[in-house]
Design a protein around this ligand. Sequence first.
Ligand SMILES: *Cc1c(COP(=O)(O)O)cnc(C)c1O
Length: 426
Amino acid sequence: MSDRLPGFSTLAVHAGAQPDPTTGARATPIYQTTSFVFNDADHAASLFGLQAFGNIYTRIGNPTNAVLEERVAALEGGTAALAVASGHAAQVVVLQQLLQPGDEFIAARKLYGGSINQFSHAFKSFGWNVVWADSDDIASFERAVTPRTKAIFIESIANPGGSITDIEAISTVARKAGVPLIVDNTLASPYLIRPIDHGADIVVHSLTKFLGGHGNSLGGIIVDAGTFDWSTGGKYPMLSEPRPEYHGIRLQETFGNFAFAIACRVLGLRDLGPALSPFNAFMILTGIETLPLRMQKHCDNAKAVAEFLAGHPAVASVSYAGLASDKYNQLARKYAPKGAGAVFTFSLKGGYDSGVSLVSKLQLFSHLANVGDTRSLVIHPASTTHSQLDDAAKVKSGAGPDVVRLSIGIEDKEDLIADLEQALGA
Ligand SMILES: *Cc1c(COP(=O)(O)O)cnc(C)c1O
């Protein structure tokens, strides 16, 4: 073996995986079992006391899921990761380690519609208060900081308009406030952007989207960058204080630069329960093997489709950071030089009615609420994913009444353009 560090595509195929030691199976087996036999009573006790690593019960960990965790940690450049049942589960588990009732976190207003709901309603019922800020106005994050702020949450490429977030600028605000920066990297995937390289302390994903990539399995993951000092000022008791559940151990003291991933597993996943099925972990691992190939094709197709739309007389505007004329193009060149992703919006001159009509006339595009599938997808956010927002909030989050969102797949770009052309023209 050479001492060269493996490149991204090599990691996407190999990181975390070995031939199965008992059978020689080369693909990662699906360890479809709830529980694992202990060697003896001492072994069992050391696993339960966190003195040894090993398998106990699939709600806490599973060998198939462990390969997925190691692979995504490697692709993101983190110290460790924890796979969970969905992207939303990842968000709950992360914030449960950071916030006590009455605490606050700051979130960018341009966000996946489901996250806006989760933060505004479900999290409020836990006493976790979201304070909204605007990624186009970095000072709005600074102004939102209070003594109760425990985290900042942003998307790298933001829903629904595919705008690019200035991760470094917001990480400076987080550092100054002494709180971790959490980046939802779902729309970029680590192939396009690695937020940890730009100052993120925690990365979360909906694996359901580009990482799994085939629209067939839900999953989520949390990546610990290992960069944050949880011991300061007693702000993060889940990490810095003795844990009664584990004979009084302090997680940061014991686990150092992967303490956050451990906390998410042994305090979050163990007690809240959103475990990922090993079958889904297998499907997502298989998807990740082709991530670099798919992601490049997604981006190249998206750019061609965005250029076509920008030149069409029925289209009022296109919001795609990969276009030279786009307001986020400068940030796209800096953060995502291989491509600006495959999810973006455009608006029609005919407003709400033409948005609805276009969606009904498309044939190759599927009308559904998902992104990051091999297939091209379309949705009208104002009447679906963002319908719970009032009109002003819709416009602020990039989901105004005339806006249509596309997630461009890996079909032939000529076919996608032909489908849009017939639907726009008819
Ligand atoms: C889909 C999505 C989520 C939620 O993930 P699920 O797997 O559906 O729970 C979170 N953030 C972004 C950006 C998403 O696209």
